[in-house]
Design a protein. Structure first.
Length: 209
C-alpha cells in the first residue's frame, strides 16, 4: 500500500534538491497515518505550484478530494511453542479432574440385564453390561465394580462382566466406576432382575397314571 503511494507521489511531485525535505515532511506523516489502526481521513489537492499534495487538513478554499484508505487487515496470532508445550496431556487432564472431584463421567447405568428383566440359567451365571458416558477410560486405571444385592460380585477393567453363583430369585444390581486409588467416581441406580432356572419337563410314560 505505501509503495503505491510513493509511486504516485513520484509521478506527480518532481523532487528537486530544494524540495526533498518538503516531500519527506509530506510522505512520513502519511505513512505513519496508514500504519496506525485508526486512520484519519486523507485528502488530495493541488498546491499553488501545481504539485499534488496528500494530507488530512487541506487549506481553506482548496478543492480537496477525499481518498479512500482501507484499514489494515489483522491476522490472529498463532500460539507460541511454549504455550503448546505447557498444555496438559489427556492423561494429565483426567488426573486433574479426579483430584478436583470431577471424574468427567456424565452417566452410567446397567444396560443388561434390563431392569425387572428375567434371566434363565441353571449355572448361576449372569452377564452384566454397563453403559458409561462418555467412553469408559480403562487407560487411566479405572475399573468397573458390580454390586449384587449390595455386595461386590465382580470387578474389572471392562464394562462387560460375568457374575457367578447367582441363586434363583429377585436380585438388585449396581455399577460403580473406581479410580486408580480405588475411590468411587460415580455409580448407577439400582436395577432389578429375576433369575429363574430352566426346567425340562419329562415326557409322560405311555399308559402311566
Amino acid at each position: 500500500m505505501s509503495g503505491a503511494f510513493l509511486r504516485v507521489l513520484a509521478r506527480h511531485t518532481p523532487l528537486r534538491y530544494g524540495q526533498a525535505m518538503d516531500a519527506r515532511l509530506i510522505i512520513l506523516p502519511l505513512l505513519f497515518t496508514l500504519a496506525t489502526p485508526t486512520l484519519a481521513e486523507v485528502y488530495r489537492w493541488t498546491d499553488e505550484q501545481g504539485n499534488t499534495v496528500f494530507g488530512d487538513t487541506p487549506p481553506d478554499g482548496v478543492d480537496a478530494t477525499p481518498i479512500n484508505v482501507r484499514s489494515p487487515s489483522v491476522t490472529p496470532g498463532m500460539p507460541d511453542a511454549r504455550e503448546i508445550l505447557e498444555r496438559p496431556t489427556p492423561r494429565e487432564a483426567a488426573q486433574a479432574r479426579e483430584q478436583a472431584g470431577d471424574p468427567g463421567y456424565t452417566g452410567i447405568r446397567i444396560a443388561s440385564p434390563g431392569n425387572d428383566g428375567v434371566v434363565r440359567t441353571n449355572l448361576g451365571e449372569v452377564n452384566v453390561s454397563v453403559q458409561v458416558e462418555p467412553e469408559f477410560r480403562s487407560d487411566q486405571g479405572h475399573q468397573v465394580r458390580i454390586l449384587l444385592d449390595g455386595q461386590t460380585a465382580a470387578e474389572g477393567e471392562s464394562t462387560q462382566l460375568t457374575l457367578e453363583g447367582v441363586t434363583p430369585g429377585t436380585h438388585t444390581l449396581r455399577a460403580q466406576i473406581l479410580d486408580s486409588n480405588d475411590r468411587t467416581l460415580t455409580e448407577s441406580e439400582d436395577s432389578t432382575f429375576h433369575l429363574l432356572r430352566t426346567t425340562v419337563q419329562q415326557p409322560s410314560r405311555p399308559g402311566g397314571n
